[in-house]
Design a protein around this ligand. Structure first.
Ligand code: Z5A
Length: 212
């Protein structure tokens, strides 16, 4: 049985994570690997209920409640879905994980980074990604992509789309700080590049680390 692998995609809103998770998964499946794609918040039944509260701009949430919701979601996601799938030999790609908490609740909201490291360890049960891609683009570009997509779907902006630009810039800086601190785990990719070029780089990096 092939050895499982845990890959996370991180980055600002609209940076292309959802797009790339699907493209990369398709290519890996075509190469014969078992791949599942999941996301946070969400990914489990409990997680999708948490996500609905979390993203609803009509529900006022204190920042501490926001933090505890993403952690509760992660605790369920790891134990119900992520760990069993990797143990069964799958390549699991998660659209967001612990680094999003560091970037959004730490660099964005201002929670203490040491506290977040402890809480992330508790929520994740110590499960660390084998590989993380930060899909990096200026916050303005990501937000514009999200707005264009939402415009097409005529939806309302979520809790974070309504935040000021400097919040999203701090979040981007937060992801880049994580990448600088953990260069062996985290690869930064310029996500303003064409989609196919981003996919090709990601698949090459994953393939290079695969245990047959
Ligand atoms: N959050 C948190 O605060 N703390 C946490 O611990 C966690 C999450 C886990 C989840 O929202 C929110 O939760 C998130 C942080 C917070 N909010 N924000 N911001 P979500 O899951 O609904 O949203 P998201 O994760 O930000 O995803 P997104 O808006 O769907 O963006 P994306 O997945 O990165 O991008 P995309 O959907 O793949 O692409 C966006 C558009 O750009 C789309 O039309 C694509 O066709 C286009 N695109 C993609 N790639 C390209 C390239 N290369 N060129 C041109 N256009 C492209």
């Amino acid at each position: 049985m092939a050895t499982g692998m845990f890959i996370t995609l991180e980055g600002v809103e609209g940076s292309g994570k959802t797009t790339q998770a699907a493209l990369v998964a398709d290519l890996l499946r075509a190469a014969g690997r078992r791949v599942s794609v999941t996301h946070e918040p969400g990914g489990t039944r409990a997680g999708e209920a948490i996500r609905a509260i979390f993203l609803d701009p009509a529900i006022r949430l204190d920042v501490a409640a926001e933090l505890l919701l993403v952690l509760a979601d992660r605790a369920q996601h790891v134990r119900e879905k992520l760990r069993p799938a990797v143990a069964a030999g799958e390549i699991v790609i998660s659209d967001r994980y612990c680094d999003s908490t560091v970037a959004y609740q730490g660099h964005g909201r201002g929670f203490d980074l040491k506290l977040l490291a402890d809480l992330n360890r508790l929520a994740s049960d110590g499960m660390r990604p084998d590989l993380t891609f930060v899909l990096d683009c200026p916050a303005e570009i990501g937000l514009e992509r999200s707005r264009a997509r939402r415009g097409a779907a005529a939806g309302a902006p979520d809790r974070f789309e309504g935040e000021r630009l400097d919040f999203h810039r701090r979040v981007r800086d937060g992801f880049l700080a994580v990448a600088r601190a953990e260069p062996d785990r985290v690869i930064v990719i310029d996500s303003t590049a064409p989609r196919a070029a981003v996919t090709a780089r990601m698949v090459a990096e994953i393939t290079a680390r695969m245990v047959p």
